[in-house]
Design a protein around this ligand. Structure first.
Ligand code: ZN
Length: 117
């Protein structure tokens, strides 16, 4: 990674970079849990017992939506990865705003300081 200078980014941009460094593992996907009966008439789910919970991870690959089963013991961890992904997405947005703003400010200050010849 190259050295940060004042010319690279705005103060806001540097704050975003700092937050980026603190991110944990992230996963661009969403997770849904559904409850359903398995169809076995002798199963607990056919009577009073709780229905079966299935947790699925879904994400897009191009135009295709992919799914993957998430084991019960992994749910909390996967949820944390997805939360980090949301943070990353908002940091990307913030960085975009900061850099565009920075560019605008620089253009304006260049215009002001250069004599029109
Ligand atoms: Zn069942």
């Amino acid at each position: 990674m190259k050295t940060q200078t004042n010319i690279d980014t705005s103060a806001e941009g540097r704050r975003v970079l700092e937050q980026l460094r603190q991110l944990g593992p992230f996963l661009p996907a969403s997770m849904t849990t559904t409850r359903k009966k398995c169809g076995n008439p002798n199963c607990r789910c056919a009577g009073q017992g709780p229905m079966h919970e299935t947790t699925l991870l879904t994400w897009k690959e191009g135009a295709t939506t992919r799914t993957l089963h998430v084991p019960r013991e992994m749910r909390d961890e996967v949820a944390a990865w997805i939360a980090e992904w949301r943070k990353l997405k908002s940091l990307i947005e913030k960085m975009g705003d900061a850099q565009r703003q920075f560019l605008k400010t620089r253009r304006e200050s260049t215009k002001r300081s250069s004599p029109s010849s």
